[in-house]
Ligand binder design. Structure first.
Ligand code: PLP
Length: 416
């Protein structure tokens, strides 16, 4: 194999023994010219310097990750960023003999779709929560249904119910979890759910978008796959769309996920991977500041006479505060709240916002304000929404890195 790719492999291995912050910051040298910042490999193909290695690669279904032939099958810029996120998700797990792989995708949805399709086939069933990210919910009830996969909604807080449901239906092959969940920040017990799934021999996937590996590492609890919309906190600047899937490097799993990416073509572009890596470098610093500002804003809102409810994991009033403390190392930068006067007051509040940004999405450096019922959850049936506290007047806030006084001043004037 060409020497330059071999260098990448060695470099990543030595980096991975360092601390979490160091892994975020350090990049491998992946080119022959020792570029300090890894270049964007804007190329669709790679010439066959080693003909035998290239043929072997095609034959093996992409088993040797150090051979590059065609960018849909692997690209060095994309590859090293996926490896870096795998190292962060598996940080602190003894991964000497259990390395993990991270594969970048075109978007969070592409990674989520791959994680589902890798674990179920026609005739199988998925058990999950009813308060999933809107498009994940849509994927399950429309596309997966069309391909013969049924979705069963359960209250994932009720571990006995989940266990009985799986015992009583051998068609359930996947437990899909989103924690903390959008936008009420409901949390689910990763330790308990992973244990049930492992005992009963079914697979688990966790969407870790809201927490990021800096705050929560589902793999530590025995979860099989972690997925992200890396469009959000991992990129951190709102500059690109991407997704990532991390799982244990078992041949069957890798081949399955790799095959899906190859066949669906849902690859991350090298440019988006480059932007994602820029964001990951400051992930710990940003998450610390996001959650510090979020805590202060949550406390301000809970003391405001016009606010009827605040959902923030750092408040002891949040029903999942204790669980979050147990399985996360922080409370992230997301909160939601409801005004006493419901929908109309919520709409007026948004119209009054002057300094913060009105937009969907989350995890950028600036504070984003959005209305859940009409954006992220617009396609979720109202009844299902209400069951999970996603009321018509709920406002979601992705708390940014501005001076907290400026954020609070804007909220104060917008609340009127
Ligand atoms: C945004 C988001 C997704 C979808 O990710 P895209 O990058 O937009 O495809 C999935 N899950 C959660 C929790 C999200 O916030």
């Amino acid at each position: 194999m060409p020497v330059r790719f071999f260098l990448l492999f060695l470099d990543m291995n030595t980096n991975f023994k360092k601390g979490f912050h160091s892994i975020c910051v350090k990049d491998p040298v992946i080119d022959g010219l020792s570029a300090h910042v890894p270049p964007i490999y804007a190329t669709s193909t790679f010439t066959y310097e080693d003909l035998d290695a290239a043929f072997e690669f095609f034959k093996s279904g992409g088993k040797n990750k150090d051979v590059y032939t065609y960018s849909r099958l692997g690209n060095p810029t994309v590859r090293f960023v996926g490896d870096k996120i795998a190292a962060l998700e598996s940080f602190g797990i003894n991964n000497e003999d259990e390395p993990y792989f991270g594969m970048l995708f075109a978007s969070g949805m592409a990674a989520i779709a791959a994680s589902i399709m890798a674990n179920v086939k026609a005739g199988d069933k998925i058990i999950t929560q009813g308060n999933l990210y809107g498009t994940t919910n849509e994927l399950m009830v429309s596309l997966m249904k069309d391909f013969g996969v049924e979705t069963i909604y359960a209250d994932l807080k009720d571990l006995n119910f989940v266990e009985d449901a799986i015992i009583n239906d051998e068609k359930i092959k996947l437990l899909y979890i989103e924690t903390p969940a959008n936008p009420t920040l409901a949390c689910y017990d990763l330790d308990g759910l992973a244990a049930i799934a492992q005992n009963l021999g079914i697979k688990t996937v966790v969407d870790n978008t809201f927490a990021t590996p800096y705050i929560q590492q589902p793999l530590k609890f025995g979860i099989d796959m972690v997925v992200h919309s890396s469009t959000k906190f991992l990129n951190g600047h709102g500059t690109g769309t991407s997704g990532v899937l991390v799982a244990k490097m078992e041949e069957a799993t890798y081949k399955k996920v790799y095959g899906l990416q190859k066949m669906l073509g849902a690859i991350c572009s090298p440019f988006e991977a480059f932007l994602l890596n820029n964001g990951v470098k400051t992930l710990p610093l940003r998450m610390e500041q996001h959650q510090k500002n979020a805590q202060a804003l949550a406390e301000f809102l809970s003391n405001h006479p016009k606010v009827s409810r605040v959902n923030y994991l750092g408040l002891t009033t949040h029903p999942d505060h204790i669980l979050a403390k147990d399985q996360m190392t922080g409370f992230s930068g997301m909160l939601s709240f409801e005004l006493l006067d419901g929908l109309e007051a919520g709409m007026q509040f948004q119209r009054n916002i002057k300094f913060c940004t009105l937009t969907a999405s989350l995890g950028t450096a600036d504070t984003l304000v959005t209305h859940s019922a009409s954006t992220s959850h617009v396609n979720v049936p109202k009844e299902q929404r209400l069951q999970y506290g996603i009321t018509d007047g709920l406002i979601r806030v992705s708390v940014g890195l501005e001076n907290i006084e400026d954020i609070i001043a804007d909220f104060e004037q917008a609340l009127g």
